[in-house]
Design a protein around this ligand. Structure first.
Ligand code: DCP
Ligand code: CA
Ligand code: CA
Length: 362
């Protein structure tokens, strides 16, 4: 079962201010460059009727809604996170195995509790929808299927407030007529390559020679595409533990004693580490630098900041400061150097802003 909350940020706003309900509501992240510079995170279905979409510039959304009484709100990510946490706790209670995928989306393996019966699964889904509505006044859409791929496509099939059940024997046919990019994992790039070999629908893809797909996309993606297009997917629903730290360590080409000699390695580590941490959606409050000496002793220095750090520059600056202190105090020959960030803070929705800021701004 896949559960996805409808127009999530905008629906949260409607919940705390019901007078918004009949108006177009657009939830925005402002870039901080002033004016209307920034992006739309999501919009309610009233605003979507005017063509407003996630990721669109605020300027464009305002243009689309210029003749109507629309409401533009600044995203309140902490509030959506809190609502999300409460909804996830409800959903978890209905699953044999629970996998939270994003702020508004989760997979529930319910195979055992419904004993593989699709009608029982449907009744369970109706109860879930009822409880989420009663507890949080939110609607969601649920898809039920024999695997994650089918469940996800099914939850997207009727929205908002949808419920779609796809039995194993219906799976391949259910997706066959859909465009290939309805398959999770098929983005613009893969779609384009598939178009070049004459594949437009999932049904077209299902009929391809799997060897050919592997030769174009590699083993992993090629096999996935072939199987998923045929309604097959054996990815298990699995609990996701939140990470507590991220780290990188590398061995120097030759032992070093000064900050100047080690700085280039720190730079490389920080770039790599920051891109990992930010793509996972975290900021961090603690940074630690570790050095392994030529005699294989380990030394480290760490610092915890009052406010979370977020950014490659601040990570590098913090790391260099710690490295400087460590080398001054220990006077060692460094063989390996590493950086670790911890005290992680989840910052949901921010990736979209970053993507927006690094693409063309209006
Ligand atoms: N989001 C975002 N930037 C995007 C896409 C989404 O910040 N480019 C945020 C806002 C959404 C939330 O993530 O409310 C969930 O995203 P969904 O793709 O599930 O979209 P919605 O829940 O908004 O709408 P739908 O009813 O289509 O599920
Ligand atoms: Ca959603
Ligand atoms: Ca979602």
């Amino acid at each position: 079962m896949q559960v996805d909350l409808d127009y999530f940020y905008a629906q949260c706003e409607e919940v705390r201010n019901p007078t918004l309900k009949d108006k177009p509501v657009v939830v925005c992240i402002y870039s901080g460059r002033g004016g209307d510079s920034g992006a739309v995170t999501t919009a309610n279905y009233v605003a979507r009727r005017y063509g407003v979409r996630s990721g669109m510039s605020i300027v464009k959304a305002k243009r689309l809604l210029k003749d109507v009484n629309a409401v533009f709100l600044k995203a309140d990510l902490d509030y959506y996170d809190e609502v999300s946490r409460r909804v996830m706790n409800i959903l978890r209670g209905y699953a044999d195995v629970f996998e939270e995928v994003s702020v508004d989306e989760a997979y529930l393996d319910v195979t055992e509790r419904v004993k593989g019966d699709y009608e029982a699964a449907k009744q369970l889904a109706l109860r879930i929808k009822e409880e989420v509505k009663r507890a949080e006044n939110l609607t969601c859409s649920i898809g039920i299927g024999p695997n994650k791929v089918i469940a996800k496509i099914a939850s997207d099939y009727q929205k908002p407030d949808g419920l779609t059940v796809v039995k194993p024997e219906e799976a391949a046919q259910f997706i066959a007529k859909m465009d290939v990019d309805k398959l999770p994992g098929v983005g613009a790039k893969t779609k384009k390559v598939l178009e070049e070999i004459g594949v437009k629908t999932i049904g077209d893809l299902a009929k391809q020679d799997p060897q050919k797909l592997v030769s174009i996309f590699g083993m992993k993606l090629g096999n996935y595409l072939y199987n998923a297009a045929n309604g097959r997917d054996d990815e298990p629903v699995k609990e996701r533990a939140e990470p507590t730290q991220f780290s990188r360590i590398i061995t120097l080409r030759q032992d070093a004693q000064t900050v100047k000699e080690v700085e280039g390695y720190i730079d490389e580590i920080c770039r790599d580490l920051y891109s990992k941490v930010s793509s996972e959606g975290y900021a961090f409050k603690s940074v630690s630098v570790t050095c392994v000496s030529d005699t294989l002793s380990t030394y480290s220095r760490s610092e915890t900041y009052e406010h979370p750090l977020d950014g490659y520059d601040s990570l590098k600056m913090a790391s260099i400061t710690l490295l400087t202190r460590l080398l001054e105090e220990e006077g060692i020959k460094v063989r390996r150097v590493g950086v670790r960030v911890s005290d992680l803070i989840k910052k949901r929705g921010q990736k979209t802003l970053y993507e927006y800021l690094t693409s063309t701004a209006e």
